[in-house]
Design a protein around this ligand. Structure first.
Ligand SMILES: [Mn+2]
Length: 356
């Protein structure tokens, strides 16, 4: 089945059919999550046409306009954003959900708590839920889409040119064309993909995606924070105090942010408040002079949370992430451990807080 036709059938199927598997990615709603969920559903439909598999995006429809890389991919495959399902649609489709398949995360976000987890394919730290899920694949990998493709091709589903181009998008964008953070499965699938698409086309696809991803001009600071955001609940010490920690990933350096948004610090505080957080962390990643850079900064709700973050930093966080202060007054650091993305930073903050 063609990708476009499949996506165009989603709404109709969700309305008509009495039971189906719901496939969802993580709440950051990045390309990896969106493409992993759509392709999982399509692969599953091809493999098992008697059952139905419906992807839903784990963010609200109004938030799609800030995701320019996703909009580029959709337009490339002539998929209209109105064809997709979003969190807004969840109440009207939830009665038919027979099971939930998590891709690109392995613990459901609160909106999905009521469903039974029937499958997991992910590349984040294992939270040990749903031991009987089938498939249950959690493996180190640059892109979750790689694991989705690997699983379904191992089940005998064939790749097509179109699917390969679709699957390549998160893989090449998250690994900078297999240069950073790529693992064995990524290289194996990439080799398969190369049988379908020539290197020149892969390169120009990468260039296009890259400029769409880094294009955040015209967005409000709030949209930039919300574009790639994850919420965590971390325990402190041995007592059961829980802290709400939000982490935004941003594709521009701190310097660019404060130059373009003079009220950046106030915007951080406003976002923290609006999300009801105790601690709000932003992480930047960007290339400069051919070098990959990361920064990390945070604001806290009150003095108590501020003290916790300070203690966590002194304990081991500063050493583990190799943090070097940029702006002492605003708690902003260069993160010299550039290998640690949010996938590693979130568990590191969790462990540091737990140890207090
Ligand atoms: Mn991912």
């Amino acid at each position: 089945m063609k990708l476009k036709a499949f996506v165009q059938s989603i709404r109709e199927t969700a309305k008509k059919v009495k039971s189906y598997q719901l496939i969802c990615g993580n709440q950051s709603g990045d390309l990896d999550s969106v493409i992993s969920s759509i392709s999982y559903a399509l692969f599953a439909d091809i493999h098992d046409p008697l059952n139905h598999h419906i992807p839903v995006l784990n963010f609200y429809k109004s938030d799609i306009s800030s995701r320019k890389d996703l909009l580029l991919v959709l337009s490339q495959f002539e998929i209209h954003r109105d064809s997709l399902l979003y969190l807004d649609d969840l109440p009207s489709i939830s009665s038919g959900v027979q099971g939930l398949v998590l891709v690109d995360h392995n613990k459901p976000t609160s909106n999905f708590n009521e469903f039974q987890i029937t499958g997991i394919i992910d590349h984040h730290e294992d939270e040990h839920l749903a031991p009987d899920a089938n498939p249950r694949i959690i493996q180190r990998c640059g892109s979750c889409s790689t694991l989705v493709a690997q699983y379904w091709t191992s089940q005998g589903v064939l790749l097509t040119n179109e699917l390969v181009k679709f699957l390549l998008a998160p893989l090449i964008i998250d690994t900078s064309c297999l240069k950073h953070r790529a693992e064995e499965p990524d290289f194996v699938m990439f080799k398969e993909y190369q049988k379908f698409i020539d290197p020149l086309e892969i390169n120009s696809w990468f260039e296009e995606l890259q400029s769409a991803k880094f294009d955040i001009t015209g967005l409000s600071m709030h949209q930039i924070f919300a574009k790639d955001y994850k919420l965590f609940e971390f325990g402190v010490g041995t007592d059961n105090v829980l802290k709400l920690v939000g982490i935004s990933s941003i594709v521009k350096p701190y310097k660019w942010l404060v130059e373009n948004y003079s009220d950046f610090k106030d915007q951080m505080d406003a976002y923290l408040k609006q999300q009801g957080l105790d601690i709000f962390v932003f992480m930047t990643s960007f290339e400069k002079d051919g070098e990959f850079n990361r920064e990390l900064g945070y604001v806290t709700k009150d003095e108590a949370s501020n003290t916790l973050m300070r203690l966590a930093l002194d304990q081991n966080l500063r050493a583990e992430l190799e943090l070097d202060p940029i702006d002492n007054t605003h708690n902003v650091y260069r993160q010299l451990n550039v290998a640690a993305s949010r996938k590693q930073v979130a568990p590191a903050i969790k462990r540091a807080l737990e140890r207090l």
